[in-house]
Design a protein around this ligand. Structure first.
Ligand code: THU
Length: 144
């Protein structure tokens, strides 16, 4: 991905925060997911009074895309913070979201942390090494 594509996805994640429903934490998260065909899905975190039904922004974006039939993904950008406008600092996607990414994405899938005027790019392989996948249920577990 070119720097300009990374910045554009980062800015979509930042504006996706406007849809956040986060009355309990006040931590407003947005995600923008780039599919292989070029389509982009956004998501925001949706909280719940019972707390545990809360869904993170990344999973909202992934499930929207998967429900639309998308199965191949290039990158996701994430942005979060209590402030309105662009967050000043990065945050890393939670472990549950990383595991959802691992279901559909290869090790080189890009995870872009987005903040005001800056981005940091990781791969899924860096952030979730030795992840559990269907190969272990198929008995092909030579990677561990
Ligand atoms: N959250 C996300 O949306 N993504 C993450 O990867 C980490 C956490 C949300 C969940 C909750 O609504 C709020 O941030 C505080 O945990």
């Amino acid at each position: 991905m070119q720097d300009s594509d990374i910045r554009a996805l980062a800015d979509l994640a930042i504006s996706a925060r406007e849809k956040s429903y986060s009355p309990y934490s006040g931590f407003r998260v947005g995600a923008a997911l780039l599919c292989r065909g070029g389509k982009i899905y956004t998501g925001a975190n949706i909280e719940n009074a019972a707390y545990t039904p809360t869904v993170c922004a990344e999973r909202v974006a992934f499930f929207k895309a998967v429900n639309d039939g998308e199965r191949e993904f290039i990158a996701v950008a994430v942005a979060g913070g209590a402030e309105s406008g662009a967050p000043k600092d990065f945050f890393p996607p939670c472990g549950v979201c990383r595991q959802v990414m691992a279901e559909f994405c290869s090790e080189d899938f890009k995870i872009i942390m987005a903040a005001e005027g800056k981005t940091r790019v990781y791969t899924l392989g860096e952030l979730l090494p030795a992840n559990f996948g269907k190969e272990f249920m198929d008995g092909k577990n030579e990677n561990v």
